[in-house]
Design a protein around this ligand. Sequence first.
Ligand code: FES
Length: 484
Amino acid sequence: MESIWQATSGLPQFPSLVGDLQKDVVVVGGGITGILTAARLRQAGLDAAVLERETIASGVTKGTTAKITSQHGLIYDKLIRRLGREGALQYAHANQRAIDAYWELAAENGIRCGLEETDAYVYSTASGAKTQREAAAAQSLGLPASIVTKTALPFSVTNAVRFARQAQFHPLQFLSALSKDMEIYEHTMVTAIGRGEVLTPGGTVRAKAVVLATHFPIVNVPGFFFLRMHQERSYVLALENAAPIGGMYIGEEKNSLSFRDAEGCLLLGGAGTRTGKNQEGGNFERLRQSAEIFYPGCKVKYRWAAQDCMPHDQIPLIGPISEKWPNVYVATGFQKWGMTTAMAAAEILTDLICGQENRDAPVFSPQRFHPFISAPKLLLDGAQTVYSIAKEKLEIPRKTLFEIPNGTAAVVKVEGEKYGVYKTPDGGAYFVTVRCPHLGCRLEWNPAELSWDCPCHGSRFDYTGKLLNDPAQTEIGFQMEKKQ
Ligand code: FES
């Protein structure tokens, strides 16, 4: 499933790493966060290289809706109540500053990527009280917020919080131009990370600092990120023959529809689920039905899905991974706001690595812990993990191989071993192990995307067993293709 960005932009190619390197900084991960961080480090006079397992922007970056905004749903009222004014100010300033930083970087590098100013809205179809509170909270932090009652949405709303002068762009055009003369190694899998070195099959990179920009960090300890966040998927349609909307919209409720224009299409997003909890499928179809209601006669030109890391306390984790590993930095947990937070992370990490103070860094510190906010979600995620590991060990498959209809998947037992099997429409069968190689949870079939997804921490694999999303780092073992 190709996103509108992939369909409308090429990307430069880079060699694999062969031999050892000595750098100031090595960045692991060639998505928007890794490339922005390396670009900022280079501006600061440091020698940085980027290592990417596949090709640049081939992970979650290609699936973004590419909104650049400090408006992250309804968050500021909550942040002020939870963290106090100073923490909320740091969050607001880092993200509002990120918008300016995109304009600066695009101008400095002569990048043409459809970067344009537009307003962002969170709409309410309920009482409108939460949006009112959010507008007041955001205004009190100096953000350009106001309440409106008229929008360009194809349905009526009670009101909406508008953030003026936010931005949208074409992320792959931006990355294509920014990355072309950077030192990047593609098809370079990192196999181990230490305090001052990164190992790959082609060579070792030694550096004064290491940045992990792999969406979900690929080290379990230190950091324990698998205990601090889960992953979610959301779905996007690019619609032709739908009236332009002229802004970026999202609803106040979880799983509300989102809207923005791009490349002559209207992007309609929603129908999200926790990764690994999509056994029913039908996400694209539900979105298409909404599209048909609001834009009769529209046509789906592209469709794709995005994956987001959701920290328990709803604040990204950006900074040194641990007191014990002060020269290893991480940027993760961007929720649904990856483009903006990636730039915020690039600025914070560059300052920290250069030994400069960054006034916004404390609120994002990975070493924080907010027990009252995090504990309920920690317990829920822990229960999910225990259930899923038990299911992997104890569940007895009910179907035999021959009972699986073509075009569907199930878990079966073959010669005493459990396998996930996907049967193609023409009767070919692909076998994978359903034990997640990350920490052993049971993978679940996702019929919307023909993938095996982990409900614990969000690793994903296609039906042939190829790794699609971290934190797992290996394919899912036994694979076999055969015709019946
Ligand atoms: Fe952690 Fe699967 S992603 S067990």
